[in-house]
Design a protein around this ligand. Structure first.
Ligand SMILES: [Zn+2]
Ligand SMILES: [Zn+2]
Length: 223
């Protein structure tokens, strides 16, 4: 509580290099945006700018998927500061980076954030994806929907790779709200792709006809 209050009054410093007065300085932002990471977001094979390699296309019901970059360097520090220090203001900076990375998408696309687990919400005091989604929707003038609820509430990162993959379609249920036809699914970190594919499969089977994916960062396999 006290830490939270203190953080509100302390001056910002760049999460990448510590430069005072900003959440992400020009130079660190430039390091993130100038790196062209031309690999498959799902499996990391080189694939140009399409986001999915030929092996992955068709394995997940996504038209396309984008990531700001790999979870390394400045981008990793930015995400970690947001997720683990609960620095809420960082949400708008991440949303701006997403805006920079994503092409123009159809104006009738509705943004759906992957809901945070209740454990994560308890720890941070807020749904970290919800803030990013709100800010991104504002920049792009798109609407938001919440058709998903999380049913499997254990933190995925505490599980092994095999366990995660075995979960496949059992992470989410429908909230009862309308499932939009055209969706941009947004998540923070993509590791095995289990979360993204689980959400996309459920939405596709529930009436969505076109689903795009966006993640803040792809977790490198070597980490
Ligand atoms: Zn910096
Ligand atoms: Zn791939």
């Amino acid at each position: 509580m006290f830490d939270g209050l203190l953080a509100q009054f302390a001056p910002h410093s760049c999460s990448g290099c510590g430069f005072l007065g900003t959440i992400l300085c020009y130079s660190c932002k430039n390091n993130i945006t100038s790196e062209i990471w031309a690999n498959c977001v799902l499996c990391e094979r080189p694939c140009g700018q399409s986001g999915m390699c030929r092996k992955c296309v068709g394995t997940v019901p996504l038209e396309q998927i984008w990531a700001i970059g790999q979870r390394r360097g400045e981008l990793e520090k930015l995400i970690d500061e947001y997720k683990f220090s609960s620095k809420r203001e960082t949400a708008s900076v991440i949303a701006e980076l997403l805006h920079y990375r994503l092409p123009v998408i159809p104006s009738d696309t509705v943004i759906v954030g992957i809901p945070a687990s209740s454990h994560a919400k308890r720890v941070r005091g807020f749904d970290h994806m919800e803030l990013i989604v709100k800010s991104f929707a504002q920049i792009r003038n798109l609407t938001i929907a919440n058709p998903l609820v999380r049913i499997f509430d254990q933190e995925l990162h505490t599980m092994g790779r095999k366990q995660r993959i075995a979960l496949k379609n059992e992470l989410f249920a429908l909230s009862g709200r309308v499932v939009p036809s055209k969706i941009l699914l947004v998540d923070d970190i993509l590791t095995t792709g289990t979360t993204m594919s689980s959400a996309a499969n459920l939405l596709r089977n529930s009436g969505a006809s076109c689903i795009y994916g966006a993640v803040v960062a792809r977790q490198p396999f070597d980490k």
